[in-house]
Design a protein around this ligand. Structure first.
Ligand code: AMP
Ligand code: MG
Length: 424
């Protein structure tokens, strides 16, 4: 018998969107608005500064270079003494090497043999490179008219002047920055304390590495991807292991995580499954927003406060964990560390395949971006896109960003791509 009645359904991750969901941008804005940077500083040796965030402005105590010096191996002389035409011979009055003090003044008709980095002798302002002089005899060189007064000299302070603000507070230090700071003589740096992050996985089905899998059990992979992503983000990490779907154990784990961390992260237990106690316990112990985000993968996300700590309840599915971390948690950690909310790098690329999508939610498609023979960039999906399929994430070197309005992509169309780092 066919019944005319319909099943009364609820919003689910199979829907393109539902009216109560937030857009990705709205979720980002809400997280951003709830954050303020950490105020604690610490000193670290300059070598340990890579990836750290400066807590104070860096003011240069010296000029760089500290003295006017030669940019070439050659001969230093007064520019006014260069021949306007033809050639002129000069007596080589002295030699000065890098690290030596410059010798006495260079008189008219004389030049000084000089090495790269050596201070310019008094009376000189120009260097002729050694390949462009002719050595005439003992201590005499010949120079022609092709040279310009002032050439091949690095002026004191031309890179950095004493008193310049070289880096403002909030700068995340890269390798070149470490070199610049060393060139200024900074042995120690004042940096913002690393954000302390405590995290655990939830789920009775999870087994830790080294245990044997029983029927229906899986290895806990989220803790390992989270550990890796937190390491990349420069966090100070505490791994609290696996907590089963047991309300008392979860409540105790939330309390101990919040006591030691600036940020608490969990994975799993935020959907509407029978065993998803997380929501109930969180509602009792903190200020929480339970969001449905119009994105795929990664739909449910909990964000709020647990005591003094920020809380992110990420979904359980391994790819959803990675995406929600990348899109929401990583920028939040950057902001906490004082480096601000980072701009994402998005580049256009030609879609090598057609991509199915309905308008409504934002879809992140794991992709492989490559440079084609014609020099352009093209992108294709890296494999099956189920939110539990981590191998297609590991094969991917980018995300293809299909926004809410997108209703599918034809092969050959241009799409927006967020690269992970370099191309494979
Ligand atoms: P949940 O949100 O707890 O319902 O989990 C959604 C899916 O993600 C389920 O298939 C879980 O088995 C899986 N899952 C949850 N936590 C983990 C984890 N730590 N490692 C791997 N898979 C997980
Ligand atoms: Mg679960």
């Amino acid at each position: 018998m066919v019944n005319e009645k319909r099943v009364d359904t609820q919003p689910s991750c199979a829907d393109a969107s539902d009216d109560n969901s937030l857009t990705v941008e709205q979720a980002r804005a809400a997280i951003r608005a709830a954050l303020s940077p950490l105020v604690d500083h610490e000193s670290v040796p300059v070598r340990a500064g890579l990836g750290r965030v400066l807590a104070t402005d860096c003011i240069s105590p010296i000029d760089v270079p500290s003295h006017t010096n030669s940019a070439m191996d050659g001969y230093a002389l007064a520019g006014a003494e260069l021949p306007p035409a033809g050639v002129r011979d000069y007596r080589v009055s002295a030699t000065v090497m890098a690290g030596q003090r410059s010798t006495g003044a260079c008189a008219s008709g004389e030049c000084v043999r000089i090495m790269t980095g050596a201070p310019m002798p008094a009376g000189t302002d120009t260097v002729v490179m050694q390949e462009q002089v002719e050595v005439i005899g003992d201590g005499v060189v010949r120079i022609d008219a092709r040279h310009r007064a002032g050439q091949n000299v690095r002026r004191a302070g031309e890179d950095i002047t004493r008193g310049d603000c070289v880096f403002a507070a909030g700068r995340r230090l890269g390798a070149a920055d470490i070199g610049v700071l060393a060139s200024l003589g900074f042995a120690e740096l004042r940096v913002v304390r690393r954000p302390r992050v405590a995290f655990f996985s939830t789920g009775d089905e999870l087994r830790s590495l080294g245990e044997t899998l029983g029927e229906g059990e899986i290895y806990d992979s989220n803790r390992y991807t989270l550990f890796a992503m937190l390491t990349e983000s420069g966090a100070d990490i505490t791994d609290l292991g696996v907590v089963g779907d047991d309300p008392d154990a979860l409540a105790a784990a939330f309390a101990s995580a919040a006591a030691i961390a600036d940020v608490v992260i969990t994975s799993g237990g935020v959907s509407v499954g029978e065993a998803d106690y997380t929501k109930r316990i969180l509602s009792e112990s903190g200020e929480m927003s339970f969001w449905t985000i119009a994105m795929k993968p990664g739909r449910p996300l909990t964000f709020g406060r647990l005591g003094d700590a920020l809380f992110f309840g990420l979904p359980g599915n391994p790819v959803a964990v990675m995406l929600t971390f990348q899109q929401f948690v990583r920028p939040a950690l950057s902001m906490l560390a004082g480096a601000g909310w980072p701009q994402r790098l998005v580049v256009p690329a030609r879609s090598a395949k057609s991509l199915k999508k309905k308008p409504g939610r934002f879809e992140f498609v794991r992709g492989i971006l490559q440079r084609d023979d014609d020099g352009g960039l093209s992108v294709r999906p890296s494999g099956a896109q189920g939110s539990g399929i981590l191998t297609s994430m590991s094969r991917a070197n980018c995300l293809i960003l299909l926004d809410e309005a997108c209703g599918g992509v034809d092969a050959g169309e241009t799409v927006a791509v967020e690269p992970f780092s370099t191309l494979l």
